[in-house]
Design a protein around this ligand. Structure first.
Ligand code: NAP
Ligand code: MG
Length: 513
């Protein structure tokens, strides 16, 4: 097998690539507004109730409607997964990995089309959408290889007179609960990691992006994955989510989303239910209040590029988004000026037309972000933005506040939108203190040319993914295993060598010779 390599990003500056993407956007536009069923044990289930997925950048455009599961259907999906587990667990790791490699090949062929769906459904511009698809491909290529690596007997100390073996076996039925912000990559990564390790799953996509999740389901089916291994179950998080999490036959929950929902899942999963014969495992990757730190001796142009990209890529709707910039007082005014210069150039408009700044995901998000902007006006100085932006969608102007205190709400709470809080630090030490002073600990970045400070930051900036002299978003599978500390979650390190172990248990067998 060839070594894992990251899927290259598409270069839309190349006219031929740009033309292909434009063609895919036109093609997908013709496929909007269709109806998609649930998939339980390979069977299509159409429901009376529906979830409607609307283009957040064009509210007259329905991306598609999908079925909406109730508890009866959720129970049915769970039982299908339970039954299938008995045979799926006996497939060899190589056989299971084979389905992931095939699905990755299908995705590679349909890359532009899938990216176009992400433009319409999630409001991602072309480069963001392309990166989402590339990451989904990477997860499948990476986890397939990991399953094979972890598939055989693992090393143990030799004891003469005994045959000792340690192997990893799967856990059982998992519930995968995915977010809307990487509705292909994270959903595909969480799902395929669990199944390639030998588990079967009920997959609950986010209600804001269920159509791309159906496309993923179809691709897994096209790759030949047996019915019942993945059961596609869109539904309300609070209704079917709670039911699935508390079900006694659920063995693990793999969740990515907000802190509040993660905490709720963790608590519900910890309660023993009648008939439950295990402790449920919870993998929960949650929010962030990530920051870019700029020291006095940094390249200020580079730092401003990094701050703007980290804060405003995909409208700040990344768990890794650098929503704080913590800047040394000696260069603070200059960096604010350079950041504002860059933000002024971010034109807002429909993602499928490839505007650099698209819409935010829905009306609730838009409302919440505008409320934070009002709070920001009390807590600091509005440098640019601050209003809804034109257009028939959930548009918000990229917004920068300066003069934000480290303890301010804008500096502490996850906003999940295009709002940057710029904070002045008295010294490098003070900047590190500010950096660490939130309940989260997901990503961070330091711009500095000073080796000693970089080494100091390496140990003292407390976050799961730390970067020097580059932006704090854009983790690559295999290269930057991803996951955060503290309230950012369980630090599962998706796309790393520890990840599949979260969906496995080790069995030690000893035979006297
Ligand atoms: P969310 O509102 O927490 O939703 C995530 C998922 O949980 C959705 O599928 C949602 O379903 C479901 N859900 C809601 N209530 C539930 C309940 N009571 N029980 C079970 N499931 C429930 O998060 P989001 O808005 O989709 O995503 C944004 C958040 O995710 C941000 O906080 C971001 O930082 C975080 N995130 C973290 C990472 C990471 O790796 N650390 C990566 C990406 C995103 P419905 O859609 O039906 O409500
Ligand atoms: Mg939508």
């Amino acid at each position: 097998m060839i070594e894992f390599k990251n899927e290259p990003f598409s270069n839309f500056a190349d006219p031929a690539t740009k033309a292909k993407m434009a063609e895919a956007v036109a093609l997908v536009k013709n496929e909007l507004s269709q109806d998609y069923p649930l998939v339980i044990n390979g069977e299509r289930v159409f429901t009376e109730q529906k979830i409607t997925s609307v283009n957040p950048g064009n509210l007259d455009q329905v991306v598609g409607t999908v079925g909406k599961a109730d508890r009866t259907l959720a129970a049915k999906a769970l039982h299908a997964a339970l039954e299938m587990f008995e045979s799926w667990k006996r497939f060899t790791p190589a056989a299971r990995a084979g389905y992931l490699f095939k699905a990755a090949a299908v995705m590679r062929r349909r890359k532009f089309e899938l990216a176009a769906w992400l433009c319409f459904e999630a409001g991602k511009n072309w480069a963001e959408a392309d990166a989402d698809v590339a990451e989904a491909i990477d997860f499948m290529e990476f986890y397939g290889r990991e399953a094979i690596r972890l598939g055989g007997n693992q090393p143990v100390t030799v004891l003469p007179g005994e045959d000792n073996r340690l192997t990893y076996i799967p856990l059982g039925v998992g519930v995968v609960i995915a977010p809307w912000n990487f509705p292909l990559a994270i959903l595909a990564g969480m799902t395929t990691a669990a199944v390639v390790a030998g588990n079967t799953v009920v997959l609950k996509p986010a209600s804001a992006a269920p159509v791309i999740a159906f496309k993923f389901m179809e691709i897994m089916e096209a790759a030949g994955i047996p019915a019942g291994v993945i059961n596609y179950l869109p539904g309300s998080g609070s209704e079917v989510g709670d039911f699935l999490v508390t079900h006694p036959k659920t063995r693990f929950i793999s969740f990515t989303g907000s802190k509040d929902v993660g905490l709720r899942i963790n608590e519900l999963a910890a309660r023993h239910q009648p008939g439950q014969i295990w402790l449920k495992r919870v993998v929960a990757e949650m929010g962030g209040k990530d920051a870019v730190v700029v020291d006095a001796d940094a390249s200020l142009e580079d730092a401003a590029d990094g701050i703007a990209a980290s804060a405003f890529g995909f409208q700040g709707q990344k768990c890794s988004a650098g929503s704080r910039a913590i800047v040394h007082k000696d260069v603070y005014d200059k960096v604010v000026e350079l950041v504002v210069e860059r933000v002024r150039k971010l034109q807002v408009g429909p993602a499928e037309e490839n505007f650099p700044a698209g819409p935010v995901i829905d009306a609730a998000a838009q409302k919440k972000i505008l409320e934070y902007i009002e709070i920001g006006k009390q807590e600091g100085k509005l440098e640019i933005g601050g209003l809804k932006a034109e257009g028939n969608g959930y548009y918000i102007q990229p917004t920068v506040f300066s003069g934000i205190a480290p303890e301010a709400r804008l500096a502490q709470e996850e906003i999940f939108g295009p709002v940057l809080a710029m904070i002045k630090a008295e010294s490098f030490e003070h900047a590190l203190e500010i950096f660490n002073n939130t309940e989260y600990g997901l990503t961070g970045s330091l711009y500095s040319s000073n080796r000693e400070k970089i080494e100091r930051a390496r140990s003292d900036m407390h976050c799961g993914n730390l970067y020097f002299n580059r932006k704090c978003t854009g983790a690559l599978v295999g290269v930057h295993p991803f996951g955060g500390f503290n309230m950012s979650g369980t630090d599962s390190k998706a796309g790393g060598r520890d990840y599949l172990l979260l969906f496995s248990q080790a069995k030690s067998v000893s035979e006297k010779l």
